[in-house]
Design a protein around this ligand. Structure first.
Ligand code: NAD
Ligand code: TYD
Length: 351
């Protein structure tokens, strides 16, 4: 095999799209999905590749160094694409330490495992760290986040991701490890866990449940279709320059309330409801503590240097997303009932 790539967090939302893309596009690579299968990890996201010969799964927590070492040795890992993380801002407000343990400690553990296995000889190896635009803080004017924007994280989640980004760059500087970091805006699309805004609203509209909008719904996010992020990761992995940072975004800013209204309108049409019926479900609730006002990425560098840009308009992407949720009721039922967590034992423990 040409490469043996360890993709961490491959059972999660973005990771499963990266794994599926790499497994199908690069049959000459061995793709090792390493995931602890927390509440956010769901092997049902990977059904279509589980029997493909170049796909492997390892249930491992990145906080466990011995287990990581064993995986590097067993699969002769040549490169890492690191997505495993605690990823939900609201959960980071209630349990910040969980974010330190996985996002900071776990990332440093993974860096150490790679460093030791590659024996400080990094020429043929790349450690690619996937990060977020939230490390840059909150925008209050019309400006955009650039790769050079100083870090100013505001939530425990973004503070933990910022810390992990710093460690990756410190390993590049100190040990000369070949690393690359990309910072992406909010993703949406199939397989998104329904605790995040878009899938939560789709699920609640369908079930006629309240749509909780924080504060006045005026906060702005820049949304990118998840498969476009996976394509960007492929581009950066193969063409990105070691030591560089690439911002990835959709040039697609929306106020939360406008997204929620758009979802209501589209779902009324699809579910054959009277126009305006679902909007009645909108419920303004207490704002998130320390809620960042606006995120917006300037993705000029990746476009000009590596030729990547989003392939889908938001209206197309949101149609695909709604249709996916409406056509995958089993997935949604398993996720909302917790039954997806039995899938691993059925698939791997009883073999
Ligand atoms: P997710 O929460 O859907 O998935 C995270 C995955 O990591 C899950 O499969 C989970 O089981 C696994 N995981 C968690 N802790 C682990 C541990 N200790 N050891 C091994 N595996 C563990 O997250 P996501 O939305 O797919 O995000 C993936 C990455 O992309 C994260 O690093 C996140 O910070 C970053 N990111 C996300 C977005 C977004 O909009 N979702 C935007 C930009 C960047
Ligand atoms: P979220 O999907 O949690 O992503 P992030 O916090 O990483 O941007 O939230 C997106 C936006 O939607 C954010 O401004 C918070 C808001 N939000 C709500 O208004 N209601 C909700 O129920 C959720 C989950 C989020």
């Amino acid at each position: 095999m040409k490469k043996s790539i360890l993709i961490t967090g491959g059972a999660g939302f973005i990771g499963c799209h990266v794994v599926k893309l790499f497994v199908s596009k690069y049959p000459e690579y061995k793709i090792v999905n390493l995931d602890a299968l927390t509440y956010a990890g769901n092997l049902e996201n990977l059904k279509e590749v589980e029997e493909v010969p170049n796909y492997f799964f390892e249930k491992v927590n990145i906080q466990e160094s011995e287990a990581l070492k064993a995986v590097f040795e067993k699969h002769k890992i040549s490169d890492v694409i690191h997505l495993a993380a605690e990823s939900h801002v609201d959960r980071s407000i209630t349990d910040p330490l969980a974010f330190v343990k996985t996002n900071v400690f776990g990332t440093v553990n993974l860096l150490n495992s790679a460093k030791e296995y590659w024996k400080n000889n990094f020429n043929q190896h790349l450690f690619y760290h996937i990060s977020t635009d939230e490390v840059y803080g909150s925008l209050h004017d019309g400006s955009f986040f650039l790769e050079t924007t100083p870090y100013d994280p505001q939530s425990p989640y973004s503070a933990s991701k910022a810390s992990s980004d710093h460690f990756v760059r410190a390993y590049a500087n100190t040990y000369k490890m070949r690393t690359v970091v990309s910072n992406c805006s909010n993703n949406y699309g199939p397989n998104h866990f329904p605790e995040k805004l878009i899938p939560l609203c789709i699920n609640n509209i369908k079930n006629n449940k309240p749509l909780p909008v924080y504060g006045k719904g005026e906060n702005i996010r820049d949304w990118l279709f998840v498969k476009d992020h996976a394509r960007a990761i492929d581009t950066v992995f193969h063409q990105g320059k070691a030591g560089e940072t690439y911002n990835i975004g959709g040039f697609n800013e929306w106020k939360n309330i406008d997204i929620v209204k758009l979802l209501c309108q589209k779902m009324d049409e699809k579910l054959g409801r009277e126009a305006g019926a679902s909007e009645k479900l909108i419920t303004f609730v207490t704002d998130r503590a320390g809620h960042d006002l606006r995120y917006a990425i300037d993705a000029t560098k990746i476009k000009e240097e590596l030729g990547w840009e989003p392939s889908l308009q938001f209206e197309e992407g949101i149609e695909i997303t709604i249709d996916w949720y409406l056509n995958n009721q089993d997935w949604l039922d398993h996720v909302t009932s917790g039954a997806y967590q039995d899938y691993y034992s059925e698939l791997y423990e009883n073999r």
